[in-house]
Design a protein. Structure first.
Ligand code: UD1
Ligand code: PEP
Length: 478
């Protein structure tokens, strides 16, 4: 088990480079299953735990995956399985994104039910509704969803009850190889969906209207591998913008696409943060004091739920009372109780959190319950007085590449400690101390016998001799 140790109070300054988007690369890698011939070369692939998981899923299906320095080469020409097992899907819900492409390519798919997670129940009814509308038969058996179709999926008109990101992606991928045209209404409009559509089109697909509420997918018979560069991660970028603002810093977030961040940038500007964009990124200069603002999470282009926790951290340092309303997930305030350990004043009422800013944050031991809760706790800890320890690092590793290194390069006092290694080091050091003490014990009578003049006269005592020796053997973690 690892943890982050952060001493708050340092202003961040300098440049931080944004990595490729987690939420774009996951569906893109799933979509590479659509290519019956050729290899796909994907650039700007972030080295994240979720990417490792989707890679394992694709390998288990028969794809070959080479990964080197943010470049993934996928060859899915020979698939040998249509099943994504529980062990992989339970690690990451987004594994369910292989259902659409598998069904389209192989005519069948068997995927472990993804289930809920800390932030909500997260049903998949809209994905299944789309596949059924295209003619697939869906069965639920022993924790798995099984889908199959005789021949090809058929193009259909599908209206999503909720503008689900995952359902939109899964249906686009299924429809890409279907017979006929699919019209997807009330589709999600996130930039990651546009990136997926661009990738599919480069593979020979025909997807039009991605980024709007109506997407038309004309099915094609075959697709081939292609080359694609993943868009920068808008949530990672937004997190660094908040980290800069909360510390009163001055940071250039290189690679951030301001358009993708419009709802975040506009909220922060309303708070008084100075943000300027250019073609390569955004410049953040914090002002003080910051103003309280109200915010409501919504599907894109509304304020992203994946930035709600980080914005709440910033609101804790503003003057006045803010109301944060979460409309996308029903249980996404888990960070509130952890913020309270840092002496935050927040009250949750149903889907709203009432945040009283202005109270100074004080470092404490806190736990990340999910990915963005973890990012928000780190932002708050960067501001808090004294030392904070953030556990639950496995959640944060799902979505942030080299977080410690990136923040440290901006001047943050942050380190990552592996608790197992730390405990082993402590045990080893304790053993050394015991051994030294035992040896010293044996040497004392010998030293006393040779002592000239006597202890009493010289002022020599056993304690005085031993203490400095033992102190020298301080372990590095002390
Ligand atoms: C890998 C990835 O891209 N993850 C993102 C994706 O998750 P994900 O694709 O899972 O999120 P959805 O857009 O599907 O979920 C939005 C809402 O719709 C509901 N819903 C969804 C599907 C369905 O069939 N039925 C249904 O009711 C969900 O419970 C949730 O309340 O979009 C979320 C919303 O922006 C982000 O927080 C996640 O970071
Ligand atoms: C909720 C998130 O991801 P996922 O959908 O993969 O759980 C996130 O990225 O904040």
């Amino acid at each position: 088990m690892s943890k982050f140790i952060i001493r708050g109070g340092r202003r961040l300054s300098g440049t931080v480079r944004v990595s490729g988007a987690k939420n774009a690369v996951l569906p893109i890698l799933a979509a590479s299953l659509l290519a019956e011939e050729g290899r796909s070369v994907i650039h700007e692939v972030p080295l994240l735990d979720d990417v490792v998981t989707i890679r394992e899923v694709l390998i288990s299906l028969g794809a070959s995956m080479e990964f080197e320095q943010e470049r993934m080469v996928v060859d899915a020409s020979d698939l040998r399985s249509h099943e994504a097992p529980y062990e992989l899907v339970r690690k990451m819900r987004a594994s369910f994104l292989v259902m659409g492409p598998l069904l389209a390519r192989a005519g069948c798919a068997r995927i472990s039910l993804p289930g809920g997670c800390a932030i909500g129940t997260r049903p998949i009814d809209q994905h299944l509704k789309g596949f059924e509308a295209m003619g697939a038969q869906i069965n639920l058996g022993q924790g798995y969803i099984e889908a199959k179709i005789d021949g090809r999926l058929k193009g259909a008109k599908i209206y999503l009850d909720v503008a689900s990101v995952g359902a939109t992606e899964n249906i686009i991928m299924a429809a890409a190889l279907a017979d006929g045209t699919t019209i997807l209404e009330n589709a999600a409009k996130e930039p990651e969906i546009v990136d997926l559509a661009n990738y599919i089109n480069a593979m020979g697909g025909k997807v039009r209207g991605a980024g709007t509420g109506v997407i038309r997918i004309e099915g094609v018979e075959r697709m081939r591998g292609t080359e694609h560069t993943v868009i920068p991660d808008r949530i990672e970028a937004g997190t660094y913008i908040v980290a800069a603002a909360i510390t009163g810093g001055h940071v250039y977030v290189e690679g951030a696409i301001a358009d993708h961040l419009a709802p975040v940038i506009s909220k922060l500007q309303e708070m008084g943060v100075d943000i300027a964009e250019d073609e390569n990124g955004v410049q953040v200069r914090a002002a003080s004091p910051l103003r309280a603002v109200d915010v409501k999470t919504l599907p894109y282009p509304g304020f992203p739920t994946d930035m709600q926790a980080q914005l709440m951290a910033l609101l804790l340092t503003s003057e006045g009372t803010s109301v944060v309303t979460e409309t996308v997930f029903e249980n996404r305030f888990m960070h509130v109780e952890e913020f309270k350990k840092l002496r935050a004043h927040i009250k949750v009422e149903d889907r709203c959190a009432i945040v009283n800013g202005g109270a100074g944050l004080v470092g404490a031991k806190v736990c990340a319950t999910d990915l963005r809760a973890g990012a928000a706790l780190i932002c708050a800890a960067l501001k808090a007085e004294g030392i904070s320890e953030v556990t639950g690092v496995q959640h944060i590793d799902r979505g942030y590449v080299n977080l410690t290194e990136k923040l440290a390069a901006l001047g943050a006092d942050i380190s990552r400690v592996d608790e197992t290694a730390e405990r082993e080091a402590q045990e080893a050091a304790a053993e050394v101390l015991e051994e030294v003490a035992a040896q010293a014990e044996q040497l004392v009578p010998v030293a006393a016998a040779h002592a000239q003049p006597s202890e009493e006269k010289s002022g020599y005592t056993r304690e005085k001799e031993q203490i400095p020796v033992l102190n020298k053997v301080q372990p590095t973690w002390a």
